[in-house]
Design a protein around this ligand. Structure first.
Ligand code: TTP
Ligand code: MG
Ligand code: MG
Length: 344
């Protein structure tokens, strides 16, 4: 049986939920994220509605920058509990349509709908799902279908918002060729810059670069990029969500170099991360500490242990060593500290 994969992602999710709760926000630029404090706020934008996007606001932008771009926007704090509840309801709807479903984030999932047998039927299933989500949850979403996860995901990203796009196997190459290389998952800003430097901007240009050359430039990732440029992706859906890492970070109210403030905050972070780790019941092997200095300069240091552990004392000892090494690297004031533990 030919594989048909559906990818569905909610439109401007946190902000759309807020609009649903408060329809008067619909006509205004709406930003969900940290408190802007009239331009002095220190966190980032979680997401914003499409009106706010017209001002250049987007996820992960410093909230102070968002305020600068559009001070008259409505700024709301993140109500995670609400979005989590809505997400669960959406996932319940999706789960009715296929036994094989992989949730990839709070607002996004892949469904294997190969049982549809053909793209016409797959399209009608997709439209039914979108309609049910809209009727029951009053939220729009965008979906893509294709022969694998890669194509389905790129298709949905191109159809946003409230859209649908299907890419059947014979159309895959024609579909990919004109797209920007950054559309390929795995080609982030850094990889893109290196490729652009050798004149590669579109996927059709990327296809001209040999596998060996890509491997020399990017290692194993290069080989994956070579396949993805051709629309090849054999990854199966992993139905069970496997938690691979847990982390927390903290932005200080004021940039600081006060050892007491930094260490107290870090101690709390360690305990929070350990609680998360314990409730997910996993052992970690790699510890990463993040330190963002004044001016958004971000440094990280990691340590991979010889074997995995669940020991809080080891986490405390090793992460503090990493933090101290980071603090020695720069004399600048510290804006944020973060800690992450990984399974491998
Ligand atoms: P996305 O699906 O990436 O974005 P979105 O749903 O807001 O907008 P789009 O229409 O482009 O899909 O992320 C889902 C939610 O995850 C988003 O609503 C807020 C949250 N999020 C963050 O908190 N920080 C981030 O940097 C990103 C990308 C998302
Ligand atoms: Mg989304
Ligand atoms: Mg998403």
């Amino acid at each position: 049986m030919e594989k048909i994969i559906l990818h569905i992602d909610m439109d401007y999710f946190f902000a759309q939920v807020e609009e649903r709760e408060n329809p008067r926000f619909k006509e205004k630029p709406l930003v969900v994220g940290a408190d802007p404090k009239e331009g002095k706020g220190r966190g980032v934008v979680s997401t914003c509605n499409y009106l706010a996007r017209e001002y250049g606001i987007h996820s992960a932008l410093p909230i102070s920058k968002a305020y600068e771009l559009c001070p008259k926007a409505v700024f709301l704090p993140v109500n995670m509990e609400l979005y989590q509840k809505v997400s669960e309801k959406i996932m319940e709807i999706l789960a009715k349509y296929s036994k094989t479903i992989e949730q990839v984030s709070i607002d996004e999932a892949y469904l294997d709908i190969s049982f549809a047998n053909n793209y016409k039927k797959a399209e009608s299933i997709t439209k039914k799902i979108k309609k049910e989500v809209l009727e029951k949850e009053k939220l729009t979403s965008t979906a893509g279908i294709g022969p694998n996860k890669l194509i389905a995901k790129i298709a949905s990203s191109l159809a946003k918002p409230d859209g649908f796009l299907k890419v059947e196997p014979p159309e895959v190459q024609k579909f990919l060729n004109p797209l920007d290389i950054k559309k390929i998952p795995g080609i982030g800003p850094k990889t893109a810059v290196k490729l652009q430097a050798i004149g590669v901007n579109k996927i059709k240009e990327l296809k001209k670069i040999s596998k060996i050359k890509l491997k020399n430039m990017f290692g194993v990732v290069g080989e994956i990029i070579h396949e993805r440029a051709r629309g090849i992706d054999e990854e199966e859906l992993s139905s069970e969500e496997i938690i691979k890492s847990i982390g927390q970070e903290h932005t200080f109210e004021k940039d600081t170099r006060d050892p007491e403030i930094i260490l107290d905050t870090f101690e709390k972070l360690i305990e929070e991360v350990d609680r998360g780790r314990a409730s997910a019941n996993f052992a970690f092997k790699t510890i990463t500490v993040i330190c963002r200095f004044q001016g958004f300069e971000t440094h990280t240091k990691s340590k991979t242990l010889k074997e995995s552990t669940q020991n809080l004392e080891i986490l405390k000892k090793e992460s503090k060593k990493l933090l101290l090494r980071l603090l020695l690297e720069s004399k600048k004031l510290v804006r944020l500290v973060g800690l992450r533990v990984k399974i491998c």
